[in-house]
Every structure is written in structure tokens, then in C-alpha cells.
Design a protein around this ligand. Structure first.
Ligand code: GLC
Length: 519
């Protein structure tokens, strides 16, 4: 029997591109699809296998594209449909897969479906959204609250004077929730998947995937039990979505944003093998910087997820403060090694490969409702001394301020520096690609010294990471050749004994094992 080929989404690495902030091709200060196509060299040189694009569909931009008003067209800010086709084609020509962001839980309040639904209680599309009579005195129908809490908790219900009923919105009032209990909604949303699958997209990141199953009785959330998400029906719905993808050739993939901070609740989404292919792990993303914490989380997921499950590790995205700001610049290099050597599919957020930090946004430039502008600051491609204040991102005025550090951290500057964060990422990705033990190999956590997280991959490679800001002994058993270090002063090529090796502050190493001593 021929050996089963490993699907790309298990062996590959995915870079998330936030199109508004990646590259602007027309000088309006906002990144766009031709901008992404024009910068595919960066992805290829970095060595990633796939790109996930945050939404670029038609949208009033109340939530910067996560409020979709037409799933099957490109917003003029980002280009036109032909630009999406051209991007897919150009990426494929380079062997890069393309994943689009699919937002099934809600639409924009300007979507034709919602306009019809809100027009009257008798409209045939009334039940496409969740409408209820308000409680006494116009009170919300239940205690569910909306996810954006920067400015305090708010009900997820808005009363619509026109028909005297309230509609549900798990996010902004401009993002009414679709009613997945209504079969016509399921059919219409599946059709939007097919629209892009037919155009050649390799898969989807599913926005708030756990939220498309809710208690149909709309029961109040209780301590320890939420009724507005992760309801058992979610699994049936994800299986049907998987069915749509499986109807296409070529390993189409679905990765869910399953924002559940409990790995026991997360595991069922990927364990059986007929729902999501992958689910982002937000327990991992939210960890404080500690060797024991990361080890315990990885070990717990390995234990909870079934043999068919495959982990998807990420430490950043467009909703969270940047890695280098949360953990610091030294740990950010260790975090890169961790992400790219664990068993599972790594997801990188654009700019983390440059070690970008959050950018301070002056109050008069704040645009996001939930405080997420700092991590969405545009990519500095060129030093401003060469490319002007737009740093190669734009020739116009950028929609968010660009890092004041652009001169030093610009991609083109880092590309020529053997000690830069970008060079470290390129080396990690190329080593990963050349080392099957780092992709398909088994994972085994090792006994190690204080502040060290050490693990073995496929019996061939040991990774040892120092989480402390000072030197620490690895204290694990094994000998071999040091392939890569996160420290600028590399000790690459040295023979090392992990029992006596001392790592520098914030140093991680990858060692090709010549001998593992039995404990
Ligand atoms: C997801 C997205 C976030 C968006 C929200 C509502 O969490 O990542 O950016 O605001 O869903 O669509």
C-alpha cells in the first residue's frame, strides 16, 4: 500500500495576512489585495506554505470586514473580484495555499438578508436572524452579553423600533447573528463556501466557529454553562461544513477560531476527524511566559485530543497584543522556536516574523471599538529614510500609525541582517522543512531543569527552551549536534551534551540527537 501523503495543512506553516495593514498598492493608505499579491516574495522567502487572509469582502467596516454585507464580492477598498482570483492564481503558481476568512455567525446589518429580515415580522427572511419580543419595559430577552467589553458589558440584544422586536448580536449591533436553526441560512452560507471553493481557495478560517450552535430556547447564561455558544448543535453544523469541503478535490481545509479557554471543551472540535481539520488554541495563546505553563498546556492537549486530532498553535493574531509586547523581545525569539517546533500546525501573524511590537495609537487615531489597533499597525517594508514615512507600506497616509521603529525593523533591513528576527524565522522555517521529525514526528516532553521546557520530536531532535531572563542549565539527557540557537551569537554546529549544556538568557536550541540516554 502506498504511504498516505501527509496533507499540507499538517506539515505546513500558515501566515495570517491582515490585508488592511499588509501592503497598499494604490496610495489610499489602506492595504489591498493587489498589495498582497505584490508582496508574495516575502512569504516565499520566509518559507511559509499558506496564507490566511482576514476578510476583504464587501463591508461597511464597522468591525473592519468582520461585518460582511456581501460574501461573494470584494470590497472596493481592497480591490475587485478579479484581484481575489489573481491572488489565488499567483499564490498557487508559487506553491502557496490560500485560506480565506469565513464569518458564519453574523453578517453586517446592511447585508440584503438582514435588510429583508428587519423589514417586517412577516418577511420570508425574518427567521434568518434571531428575533424575540423584548422583556418588560423593553428589557433584553435574556442575559447574554456582547463580546466587545472594552467600554463595559453590554447586552447582545438591540430593540428594533420598526417591528418592536429585539435582534441578537454577539458582537456589535451592526453585526446581527444569523439563525443557524433556520435551514435556509445553512444552505445560503454553504453556497458562499462553494463560491470561493469553485474559485480555487484551499480552505477557510472560520470566525467564531463555536458560536454557530446556541441554545434555541435562548436560556440565560449560567455560571459554568454558556447558552450562547458551544451548544451541541455546533458539532452537527461543523460536520456539514466539513462535508462541503470534502466534496472538493485537493485537501481543502477548515481551521476554526474556537475561542474556548478550556482544552477539554476545545478537543471535541478536532478529535473525531469529521469536523474541523484544525482549531486555534487560545488557552496556549493566553498563557503567561513560563516553561511549566506551556509544557502543561501542550501535554494536556496531547492527552485530551484523540489520535486523529492535530494541534494548531498560534501566539498572535489581529485581536491580541503582539508577542514581542506581551513577552518581550528576547522571549519572542524563544516563542518563535516553540511555535515552529511543536507537533502541530503553526500559525504566524504578519509582523511577528519581524518581531514587531504594539504601536501606541494617539487617542485621535483610535479606530477599533475593542482596543485592537496597536497590533494592526501596518507592516514597515522599507526604512523611511529610503521609502518615505509610509515605510513602503503606502505612498499615502497610513490608516493607522506605522511603528516609530520602522527604520530599524523594516523587512528589507532585517533581510540583510544575519541576527535579525526575520532571519531567525527564515532559518527556523527552512530547518523545519528539511526535518521531517519536526513536522510528523511524535512529541515527548522531557525532564529538564528549572525554567527549561524541553521536548523530543520523532526520536531525532530535541528542542530546549530557556524561559528565564538569565542562564539556565538544560538538565535533560541526550547528546547531539546543535543545529540552531535563538541567540544572535550562535553556537551552531557544536556537539553538545544536554546534561551539562547551559543556555543563555532567553535562548532556545534545536539539537539533532545522536544519542538519547535512558533515564
Ligand atoms: C473574531 C475576529 C474578530 C472579530 C470577531 C467578530 O473574533 O477574529 O476580529 O471582531 O470575530 O467577527
Amino acid at each position: 500500500m502506498a504511504e498516505r501523503e501527509i496533507p499540507w495543512w499538517r506539515s505546513g506553516v500558515v501566515l495570517q495576512v491582515y490585508p488592511r495593514s499588509f501592503a497598499d498598492s494604490d496610495g489610499d493608505g489602506i492595504g489591498d489585495l493587489p498589495g498582497v499579491t505584490g508582496r508574495l516574495d516575502h512569504l516565499e522567502d520566509l518559507g511559509v506554505d499558506a496564507v490566511w487572509l482576514s476578510p476583504f469582502y464587501r463591508s461597511p467596516m464597522a468591525d473592519f470586514g468582520y461585518d460582511v454585507s456581501d460574501h461573494t464580492d470584494v470590497d472596493p477598498i481592497f480591490g475587485e473580484l478579479a484581484d481575489a482570483d489573481a491572488l489565488i492564481e499567483a499564490a498557487h503558481a508559487r506553491g502557496l495555499r490560500v485560506i480565506f476568512d469565513w464569518v458564519p455567525n453574523h453578517t453586517s446589518d446592511r447585508h440584503a438578508w438582514f435588510l429583508a429580515s428587519r423589514s417586517s415580522r412577516d418577511d420570508p427572511q425574518r427567521d434568518w436572524y434571531v428575533w424575540r419580543d423584548p422583556g418588560p419595559g423593553g428589557a433584553p430577552p435574556n442575559n447574554w452579553t456582547s463580546a466587545f467589553s472594552l467600554h463595559g458589558e453590554a447586552s447582545s440584544w438591540t430593540l428594533d423600533e420598526h417591528t418592536g422586536q429585539s435582534y441578537l448580536h454577539s458582537f456589535l449591533p451592526e453585526q446581527p447573528d444569523l439563525n443557524w436553526d433556520e435551514p435556509a441560512v445553512v444552505g445560503a452560507m454553504h453556497a458562499t463556501l462553494r463560491f470561493w471553493l469553485d474559485r480555487g481557495v484551499d480552505g477557510f478560517r472560520i470566525d467564531v466557529a463555536h458560536a454557530i450552535g446556541k441554545d434555541p430556547e435562548l436560556g440565560d447564561n449560567e455560571p459554568g454553562r454558556r447558552h450562547d455558544q458551544d451548544w451541541p448543535t455546533v458539532h452537527t453544523r461543523l460536520r456539514a461544513i466539513r462535508g462541503v469541503l470534502d466534496g472538493y478535490e485537493g485537501d481543502r481545509m477548515a481551521v476554526g477560531e474556537v475561542y474556548l479557554l478550556d482544552q477539554g471543551a476545545l478537543a471535541p472540535y478536532v478529535s473525531v476527524g469529521d469536523e474541523l481539520h484544525l482549531a486555534h488554541n487560545f488557552v496556549f495563546l493566553n498563557l503567561p511566559w513560563s516553561a511549566t505553563g506551556f509544557r502543561a498546556t501542550v501535554d494536556e492537549f496531547e492527552r485530551l485530543a484523540g489520535p486523529d486530532a492535530w494541534p494548531a498553535w498560534c501566539l498572535g493574531n489581529h485581536d491580541h497584543p503582539r508577542i514581542a509586547s506581551r513577552y518581550g523581545p528576547g522571549p519572542a525569539r524563544v516563542a518563535a522556536m516553540l511555535l515552529l517546533t511543536l507537533r502541530g500546525t503553526p500559525f504566524l501573524f504578519q509582523g511577528d516574523e519581524l518581531g514587531l511590537t504594539d504601536v501606541e495609537i494617539p487617542p485621535d487615531r483610535v479606530v477599533d471599538v475593542d482596543g485592537r489597533d496597536p497590533e494592526r499597525s501596518p507592516i514597515p517594508w522599507e526604512p523611511p529614510s529610503r521609502a518615505g514615512p509610509g515605510a513602503g507600506f503606502t505612498t499615502g497616509e497610513p490608516w493607522l500609525p506605522i511603528t516609530p521603529d520602522a527604520e530599524r525593523v523594516a523587512a528589507s533591513v532585517q533581510a540583510g541582517d544575519p541576527e535579525s528576527m526575520l532571519t531567525l524565522h527564515r532559518k527556523l522555517l527552512s530547518l523545519r522543512r528539511a526535518t521531517p521529525a519536526l513536522t510528523e514526528g511524535s512529541y515527548r516532553g522531557l525532564e529538564a531543569g528549572e525554567d527549561i521546557y524541553a521536548y523530543e520530536r520523532g526520536g531525532e531532535v530535541i528542542v530546549a527552551l530557556n524561559f528565564a531572563p538569565e542562564p539556565r542549565a538544560v538538565g535533560a539527557s541526550g547528546e547531539g549536534t546543535l543545529l540552531l540557537s535563538t541567540r544572535p551569537v550562535a553556537r551552531e554546529g557544536m556537539e553538545v551534551d544536554l546534561a551539562t549544556l547551559v543556555l543563555e538568557a532567553d535562548e532556545g536550541v534545536i539539537v539533532a540527537v545522536s544519542r538519547v540516554r535512558c533515564p
